[in-house]
Design a protein around this ligand. Structure first.
Ligand code: SF4
Length: 416
């Protein structure tokens, strides 16, 4: 029997066949942490009393969650990380460079790699066929020193995609639909592997959004095969040499198969306070929205803002609209295409590249009783800084259509 994509990547790295359910120690290609998890990883690294990182040019710290820092203790964390990176010579994503997962895919991640990050949405790089998974700061501190992690090989669920998305339906709707079907713990310690003709119709931005949210149904990672779209993406990032083709075998041993016809997916929304509390937008529309947030490692790429700009061009929003580009590169490309001008003229507030208000540290904390419609990936109680606020999750297009009306709105009902 052939191998799943997980088995292919991990067996190759180890130089021997791996079996699902068994624990091995794997070498890592990339190890990273962010400003929230980095200080503890540094503490663990120092406790090991090892002077050097396994390979400083393969270790990255990102200053993205509280960037620029709103409080002195967060500024002190940034200072600690900068000093550590300076001392051991590892890479740093500075304030304003963008969200860790977006920078990873732009600059570093490549097919066939093992990537570990002290952040749960590390699985985003699975869109580039990398086995990428989030780990705690302790594992990451050890990985910085040794370049190794212990891990149980996950079994895989096959998410088989057919057809093509209809207008105003996006990858975010696909992954919300899937999480609704599987449940928030429906893929715990499994990998999602996306296959089928439908994969070819999804852009890299689409795949990144889908892989990003694999962890929201408990999955270790969410993998796409690498193909011409992967090659084109890497060429656009100036990294063609990082391309290699890799996919699962036709007879790979999947634990379960889930079929999705992309043509049947509709605009979806996740209601408070759980990501799997998913409905079609048309079933629950007209909920009042005080704030709309378009950004994050899920929905903060150029294509997300471009789609929002189509909806909002020449119009004025009725909800507050916050927009945060996922990276400095996205900001600069959006500037060239005058996307920010359209969104700001519609009433949007442009935030620096980074996580923005996603995790409730700054830049858009909700008031009691307010509701935010967000293109992000989590809506737990208090996620955006106030347990008395409500978070709805939807696509950037649904976010833009709803910002126009002030209510949750099915984007297919707007005339743009
Ligand atoms: Fe986490 Fe949000 Fe930042 Fe993504 S954008 S890394 S989900 S805080």
């Amino acid at each position: 029997m052939g191998k799943t994509l997980v088995q292919k990547i991990l067996s190759e790295k180890l130089g021997k066949e791996v079996e699902a359910g068994k624990i091995y120690i794997f070498p890592t290609d990339w190890v990273f942490a962010q400003d929230g998890t980095g200080p503890l990883a540094i503490k663990v690294f120092r406790e090991l009393q090892i002077e050097k990182a396994f390979n400083p040019s393969r270790v990255v710290f990102f200053l993205d969650h509280a960037s620029p820092p709103p409080r002195s203790e967060l500024a002190n964390s940034h200072k600690l990380i900068r000093e550590f990176c300076g001392k051991i010579g590892c890479l740093i994503g500075e304030e304003g460079d963008g969200v860790c997962h977006q920078i990873m895919v732009e600059k570093y991640s490549a097919p066939g790699q093992i990537i570990v990050g002290a952040d749960s949405h590390t699985c985003t790089s699975g869109a580039l066929s990398a086995f990428a998974t989030g780990m705690g700061s302790t594992d990451i501190g050890v990985a910085i020193a040794l370049g190794k992690v212990w891990m149980k090989v996950p079994s895989s669920l096959n998410i088989h995609l057919e057809g093509r998305l209809k207008e105003k339906v996006t990858a975010k709707d696909v992954i919300l639909y899937l999480i609704g079907a599987l449940g928030a713990s429906g893929a715990t310690y499994k990998a999602l592997e996306f296959t089928g003709e439908g994969v070819k119709s999804l852009s890299m931005d689409d795949r990144l959004t889908i892989s990003n949210m694999a962890v929201e149904c408990g999955a270790k990672t969410g993998l796409f095969p690498s193909d011409e779209i992967t090659r084109e993406y890497l060429i656009s990032m100036g990294r063609e040499n990082d391309f290699r083709e890799i996919s699962c075998a036709v007879d790979a041993p999947y634990e379960k198969k889930v079929d999705i016809n992309l043509e049947e997916v509709e605009p979806m929304v996740s209601l408070p306070h759980s990501v799997d509390n998913v409905f079609k937008v048309k079933e629950v529309k007209n909920l009042k929205i005080d704030q709309v947030f378009i950004g994050t490692c899920t929905g903060g790429r150029l294509s997300d803002f471009t789609k929002a700009a189509w909806i909002l061009k020449g119009k004025k929003v009725k909800s507050r609209l916050l927009i945060a580009p996922g990276s400095r590169k996205i900001f600069l490309e959006g500037e060239k295409e005058r996307v920010w001008k359209t969104l700001i003229e519609a009433g949007g507030i442009l935030l620096p590249p980074g996580c923005g208000p996603c995790v409730g540290i700054h830049q858009g904390v909700l008031a009691d009783g307010e509701a935010c419609l967000s293109s992000a990936n989590r809506n737990f109680k208090g996620r955006m800084g106030n347990p008395e606020g409500a978070i709805y999750l939807a696509s950037p297009i649904t976010c833009a259509a709803s910002a126009l009306t002030g209510y949750l709105t099915d984007p297919r009902e707007t005339d743009s």
